[in-house]
Design a protein around this ligand. Structure first.
Ligand SMILES: [Zn+2]
Length: 497
């Protein structure tokens, strides 16, 4: 069946209007006035000027802080980049901007620990792909990516993450195949005021580039401070030879965290884990993305090493890297974070990924019980577990749990406020269950990163969506014209079995 998908990229879509009437500084900003929402644009004078404290008042605060739990009718005061106070009836610091949030849910920002941001301009192209289809596409498209295409993907990826309340994202940057591509990837992450961990990688399995001086170059040039919104680590394939071992040894010796694709059905698997363990390359600074389709021995070795996993359930279920291993990973006590993997197939929001994790694991538990002629009496995997994986779990995997991941005084202010007045948010009986199963990206009212309001009343502030669209469309046009419309159409709509 021929879909229309292949024709879309060649049509010039209308861009958003560049300017909208400016609004004055609002000292009090509620959640439910559509009239004001219409006046927000990137050209608007900042309603939340830098340096002015922010008071979010009366929310149901899901802190993800074990000592605090869920706090009804609670205020959160942000001063500069940090959460200053969490409590009832806080007095507004002098000149604070107030967001009235009575009854709305406030959570820490989501943390995605594995996303190939450079593929963002291919959003949705792989909706019907298997891993085989993906590898076919990756044999064609990456060589066509110019540095500006890497920039376009990363820029759109950051805008998308901020809009969806993913306040920290690990960019698994294996499209960075030359220093110019790598610089473009970093430039784009730094051009959008979200928080990111740039994980430098390459597509080929050869890891000789790691010790060539290139990693030293970019670390010194771009990542001199750990306090930047964008920090750096490595994204490495599992080693298969002495060159690969040297690359991993570089990471250990320079104390650089590593995220690795380990645990793919039919590919990276048990032998990789054994090699990593034998060389003492796994540690709490390591995160293994996907981590499916391995033996219990491998999961035990991973647990013993202290390494984290990053589960990509929506990607794994659709493309077939392996069944999401949530149950076995929990059984061995391996710490869990969540990831989108890529926008090229599935959604970029963590609501969908939390639901995919729950549905996959619960479905499997029910199926196994039914095969024994039994019914499941109670559920072990809870909504609260997956919300933790999507927030504090991600912060822990990135080694940042002392700074982000929960609404705790002293931590950096990365916050997501959900609207309380949409049908899907009415009424709230069970805040975490509601958030995980009923909320969606359209319910996100306000996003704060590092104390700065980047979205309010559902509109981005100081984040340039029109530019992201222009850049992504230029990349679409370049890729389609390079391979031809028919090849593009065949890529998007591969034959059925
Ligand atoms: Zn991946």
């Amino acid at each position: 069946m021929d879909t229309q998908g292949g024709r879309l990229p060649l049509k010039r879509r209308g861009l958003l209007a560049g300017t909208v009437a400016a609004a004055g500084v609002a000292m009090t900003a509620g959640l439910s006035s559509p009239a004001q929402a219409a006046t927000t644009s990137v050209t608007e004078p900042d309603r939340f000027p830098a340096g002015r404290p922010l008071l979010i008042r009366g929310a149901t605060v899901i802190t993800m802080d074990r000592a605090r739990g869920i706090l009804p009718d609670t205020d959160v005061l942000v001063v500069r980049d940090k959460i200053k106070a969490v409590g009832r009836k806080l007095s507004a610091a002098h000149g604070a901007t107030i967001i009235e949030a009575r009854g709305a849910l406030l959570i820490p920002g989501f943390v995605d620990t594995h996303r190939h941001m450079w593929q963002s301009a291919l959003r949705g192209a792989g909706a019907d792909w298997t891993l085989t289809n993906y590898l076919t596409a990756m044999g064609m498209l990456p060589p066509l990516f110019r540095p500006e295409d890497i920039y376009a993907g990363n820029y759109l990826g950051m805008v998308d993450a901020v809009a969806d309340g993913v306040t920290t994202v690990l960019d698994w940057s294996h499209g960075s195949v030359t220093p110019a591509h790598a610089d473009a990837a970093v430039d784009a992450l730094m051009a959008v005021p979200g928080r990111a961990r740039w994980a430098y990688g390459r597509f080929p399995l050869d890891l000789s580039w790691v010790t060539s001086g290139e990693v030293d170059r970019i670390r010194e040039a771009r990542f001199s401070s750990d306090d930047q919104l964008v920090t750096m680590q490595l994204a490495l394939h599992a080693p298969s030879d002495s060159v690969g071992d040297a690359a991993w040894r570089y990471a250990v010796e320079h104390d650089v965290p590593v995220n690795s694709h380990v645990g793919f059905f039919g590919a990276a698997s048990d032998s990789d884990v054994r090699r990593l363990v034998e060389n003492k390359f796994l540690s709490p600074s390591t995160t293994l993305a996907h981590a499916t389709a391995m033996s219990d021995d491998s999961y035990r070795l991973i647990a013993d090493s202290g390494a984290f996993v990053s589960l990509s359930a929506e990607s794994d279920l659709n493309m077939g890297q392996g069944y999401p291993p949530t149950g076995v990973v929990r059984r061995f006590g391996i710490p869990i974070s969540l990831s989108v993997d890529s926008l090229l197939g599935w959604s970029g929001d963590m609501f969908s990924n939390m639901r995919a994790i729950l549905s996959a694991e619960r479905g499997l538990v029910h199926l196994r019980a039914h095969e024994r002629g039994e019914m499941v009496a109670s559920l072990d995997l809870r909504a609260a577990d997956v919300l933790r994986y999507a927030t504090l779990g991600g912060a822990e995997a990135l080694g940042m749990a002392d700074r982000i991941g929960s609404i705790t005084p002293g931590k950096l202010a990365d916050l997501v406020l959900l609207r309380q007045d949409t049908p899907s948010m009415t009424p709230v009986n069970n805040p975490i269950g509601h958030l995980v199963f009923h909320a969606g990206r359209g319910d996100i009212d306000t996003v704060v990163v590092n104390g700065r309001v980047l979205k309010h009343r559902g509109e981005l502030i100081g984040v340039n969506l029109p530019r992201a669209r222009r850049l992504a469309e230029a990349t679409q046009d370049h890729l389609v014209s390079s391979i031809g419309e028919e090849a593009w159409r065949n890529l998007i709509d591969p034959p059925r079995p």
